[in-house]
Design a protein around this ligand. Structure first.
Ligand SMILES: O=C(O)CCC(=O)C(=O)O
Length: 407
């Protein structure tokens, strides 16, 4: 039913109404609004919010009677886009607030659309689905607490969770994995396959981590991400690292990230907490590396690809992950330098459309990888990863490439 709820609130604006409003706004010179509203119609939440703010400013640019009526319709239209998105994330209370603002401040043209959207939300809410923001959004695998989900969506790259969501399978057999995903090179989220790992409970316990690893020295990365000039690496004790995680305020602090480190070769006690998933034996390849990715909310691994099959196991917390097929590599502007040739020059957190025009409209699949889930990333698929909470993941790389296997 929550899926149905998410589907019913398609932005109901008719194409004719939309182009009529956009045409009139263009004639008034509101080109920025037109481009934001067009992106919003394509499912871009941030653009919808920007369009709503732009229209709001116009409504407050002078005495009420001097506001052009079309700006009131433009405000309603942006409200409908924002509400559709909030509805999709099951943030019914906020969606309702936005629609009410549209009804109060917006024009007449889209009033019936606002009203029908309100009705749909009310019917979902009265169904026990709750308008209190505590619902979970199952569509898109976006099982975020909705109060938080809205905040989270704001920090994600443009167009996040608006296209195709990575398929999710429960208790997927090895044969099913081979036939449906491995052989065709398609990503998949696998649920319910690491509940027996001691890591699932042990690694949530900072005291446990302190006890087994506190005195050990580990390499960490400090800075926005490894492509930024101010980025650096440090060697600190695991204990110091845990302190940084505890004190991290993800909105302001520069994150410290224990990234792509073979921690389990170093600290055997932690190695005992995990198991190599059977999927990693698909194709008869060898396990190439087993890496830890541990850090606070807000760590980013920028868009890049790797040569191996990868199971990324989300042991603690959750991450947003976006994937682009290997087939469109050139459109992602890989760096020319050989050291960075597997990384994209495109900064998804700050997309420069002028410099990288081809990257703007590319298809991708994305997801929020939840605690206890594994994501299969096929070789050469581009991936961007952002942690949404304190997060501890393990990547298992395997394949037939010539590099040496791990013991
Ligand atoms: O979790 C991350 O931050 C990045 C993971 C990754 O890039 C990988 O497993 O190859």
């Amino acid at each position: 039913m929550s899926g149905t709820g998410a589907e019913v609130l398609q932005t109901p604006i008719l194409d004719a109404e939309r182009s009529d409003i956009l045409q009139k706004i263009s004639e008034e010179g509101g080109y920025a609004y037109v481009s934001m509203a067009t992106l919003a119609a394509g499912g871009d939440f941030r653009a919808a919010e920007v369009a709503r703010e732009m229209a709001w400013e116009q409504l407050h640019s002078g005495p009420w009677h001097s506001v052009l009526p079309v700006w009131r319709d433009a405000y309603s239209m942006a409200c409908l886009h924002v509400a559709a998105f909030l509805h999709r994330t099951a943030d019914f209370r906020e969606a309702l607030k936005v629609l009410d603002m549209g009804l109060i401040m917006g024009g007449k043209l889209l009033r019936p659309d606002l009203e029908s959207s309100v009705e749909k939300i009310m019917s979902v809410s009265s169904d026990g689905r709750g308008s209190d923001g505590g619902e979970l959004c199952e569509k898109a695998g976006l099982r975020l607490n909705c109060e938080g989900s809205n905040k989270v969506l704001r920090v994600l790259p443009i167009r996040s969770l608006s296209c195709k969501i990575v398929e999710k399978r429960y208790s997927l057999s090895l044969e099913g994995f081979l036939c449906d995903y491995f052989l065709s090179g398609s990503p998949v989220i696998i649920s319910d396959c690491m509940d027996h790992w001691p890591a699932r409970t042990n690694w949530k316990d900072m005291d446990y981590l302190e006890r087994v690893a506190g005195g050990r020295t580990v390499p960490v990365e400090v800075g926005k991400n490894y492509l930024c000039p101010e980025w650096k690496q440090e060697l600190i004790t695991f204990s110091q690292f845990l302190e940084r995680i505890k004190s991290n305020d993800s909105t302001s602090a520069i994150p410290t990230y224990l990234a792509q480190h073979p921690l389990f070769e170093q600290i055997q006690e932690l190695r005992k907490d995990i198991f190599v998933p059977d999927y990693c034996f698909a194709g008869g390849g060898e396990l190439k590396s087993l890496n830890a990715w541990f850090g606070p909310a807000g760590t980013v691994t920028p868009l890049h690809h790797d040569p191996h099959h990868n199971i990324l196991a989300q042991v603690v917390g959750k991450k947003y992950i976006r994937l682009y097929t290997a087939l469109i590599s050139e459109d992602l502007y890989p760096y020319n330098e050989s050291m960075l040739s597997n990384s994209s020059q495109v900064d998804l957190d700050n997309l420069d459309e002028k410099e990288f025009p081809k990257a703007q409209d590319l298809d991708f699949v994305d997801c929020v990888l939840e605690e206890g889930e594994m994501l299969y990333i096929p070789p050469k698929w581009w991936h961007y990863v952002r942690s949404l909470t304190t997060s501890f993941s393990v990547s298992f790389w395997w394949g037939n490439c010539s590099s040496s296997p791990i013991s």
